[in-house]
Design a protein around this ligand. Structure first.
Ligand code: AMP
Length: 126
């Protein structure tokens, strides 16, 4: 069943992560590819907390995965390389895509959270 009615393309000029990709807003970039950008979260929730975004604007992982599986693969590959270069592979890490209102998504530009560097606790706090 297709993901419901959130738009794939939003007003990118108003998008925080589009502005980071464009270089209009500074960020601590840890990896860049032709299609993706990885930068440190401004309010880290773990010892290592990196966000990985597609340079092209998609609202969320569901929209991206349905529209462009190849680009989805690029995003996952960059997340994996970041996990390796941040030294997270031996002890493990968490990859999160907050999606939509119930998922707690605050920025409507698809992003993976790469979290690690310490034990992360339970997956969801109730
Ligand atoms: P989410 O709640 O999944 O949409 O996550 C958005 C994330 O973006 C949060 O973890 C914020 O701390 C992070 N964030 C917000 N503004 C910035 C910024 N200017 N640079 C880096 N990370 C940011």
């Amino acid at each position: 069943m297709p993901y419901p009615s959130r738009p794939t393309i939003a007003l990118v000029t108003d998008c925080l992560f589009c502005r980071i990709v464009a270089g209009d807003i500074p960020a601590t970039v840890v990896r860049e590819t032709d299609t993706t950008l990885a930068f440190r979260d401004i309010d880290p929730k773990a010892a290592v907390h990196v966000l990985v975004v597609t340079k092209e604007h998609f609202v969320d992982i569901a929209s991206l995965a349905q529209a462009d599986p190849e680009l989805t693969g690029d995003l996952m590959e960059t997340a994996a390389v970041v996990a390796e270069t941040e030294g997270l592979l031996a002890d493990g890490f968490r990859l999160i895509f907050n999606t939509g209102a119930y998922g707690g998504q605050e920025v409507d530009h698809v992003h993976a959270h790469v979290l690690g560097g310490e034990p992360l606790g339970p997956m969801v706090c109730k």
